[in-house]
Design a binder for this molecule. Structure first.
Ligand SMILES: NC(=O)c1ccc[n+]([C@@H]2O[C@H](COP(=O)([O-])OP(=O)(O)OC[C@H]3O[C@@H](n4cnc5c(N)ncnc54)[C@H](OP(=O)(O)O)[C@@H]3O)[C@@H](O)[C@H]2O)c1
Length: 315
């Protein structure tokens, strides 16, 4: 596949996913205009008008204001105001200034109602998990916005819904980490600094994980094949937190018996797994790293960057 001659705009380019997507697009030959909040604060409705008047073939809309853990529980009002504004800025720019561009946006598995089968046709149905309600609803509203603009003006979009992404390159800073990074950081700090490993919940909550490089490769293969659709990009299999923790403990070199489980802490949904029938039919041979291989890349990256040393962990 080649993207030579195409012009692409990426919002959220400085984030975890954007940092993997932009180089991949450039490797395919695309000219990429990569934006973080310092380049264009999307809560300012005029921010994208400063990007210039050139035409884009695609807009990858990744920007969102969120973090993992209990962040969404503690910031629902701000999340509504900020994410609705970010999305409206992008939708208006697309509809009014870039109607030839295809908008590729990133949805969330949290938008699915608890207990649903997480099939694409259910994305806007039922009530999302209460603790992630606002974040989920802003993602649903983004989908409603795209579909409304398509209906009235005939523009093209694609919404992809990832399960939790992991891999090297995660920005380990002041943010609350997605559980898998939190686990890896705690294990490495235990190994290097002798800190106890205290994990949230009882370890039975189940999650699926998609390596960020696999997600990017899948997205780039999928994009030309689909329009005006929602497509889940899930792993097709899930793991309990306990299983993930045991693999990480083994990779880091600490006894898994040292892991303590804090039953009083927030654990989110018990099970989160996307239905993958649609992507399986579209891309049956998409890349899917074995979890242990992917986690060993993450551990090697944290060790190489010392990313685990400079931060306090979530417990
Ligand atoms: N990571 C996952 O597991 C996962 C799973 C499902 C869905 N998603 C979705 O995938 C997308 C990318 O996720 P990610 O993990 O890469 O997120 P991330 O690392 O938190 O990055 C967020 C990006 O959004 C930008 N941003 C935040 N507020 C902004 C504003 N006011 N104006 C302009 N840009 C702003 C950030 O810019 P600065 O760097 O300048 O702050 C950053 O580039 C998000 O839409 C997220 O909801 C992610």
């Amino acid at each position: 596949m080649s993207d030579g001659g195409t012009r692409v705009l990426v919002t959220g380019a400085t984030g975890f996913l954007g940092s993997a997507l932009c180089p991949a697009l450039r490797r395919l030959g695309a000219e990429v205009v990569a934006l973080g909040s310092r380049d264009a604060d999307l809560t300012d409705p005029t921010s994208l008008t400063r990007v210039g008047s050139g035409r884009f073939d695609r807009i990858y809309h990744l920007a969102a204001w969120t973090q993992a853990g209990d962040f969404c529980l503690r910031h629902p009002g701000e999340q509504w105001l900020i994410n609705q504004q970010i999305n409206t800025t992008v939708l208006r720019y697309w509809a009014e200034r870039q109607p030839k561009a295809k908008l590729v946006s990133i949805g969330t598995s949290c938008a699915y109602a608890e207990g649903s089968a997480h099939r694409e046709e259910e994305y806007l149905q039922g009530v999302p998990t209460e603790s992630l309600y606002t974040y989920a609803m802003t993602k649903r509203m983004l989908q409603v916005g795209q579909e409304s603009i398509r209906r009235q003006f005939g523009l093209e979009y694609l919404t992809v819904v990832p399960s939790t992404l992991y891999g090297p390159g995660y920005i380990v800073g002041a943010k609350q980490l997605h559980f898998i990074f939190d686990l890896a950081v705690k294990m490495l700090r235990s190994k290097d600094l002798g800190e106890p490993v205290v994990l949230w919940g009882d370890g039975t909550q189940r999650r699926e994980l998609v390596h960020v490089a696999d997600f990017v490769a899948t997205l780039l293969d999928l994009e030309p094949q689909t329009r005006n659709e929602i497509v889940n990009i899930g792993a097709g299999s899930d793991f309990s937190l306990r299983e993930c923790a045991e693999i990480l403990a083994d990779l880091v070199g600490i006894p898994s018996a040292d892991i303590q489980w804090d039953l009083s802490r927030y654990v989110g949904a018990k099970v989160k797994r996307l239905d993958t029938a649609k992507i399986d039919a579209l891309l049956p041979d998409r890349p899917r790293r074995n979890l242990r291989t992917g986690l060993s890349e993450l551990v090697a990256w944290l060790r190489a960057t010392g990313g685990h040393l400079g931060r306090r962990t979530a417990a």
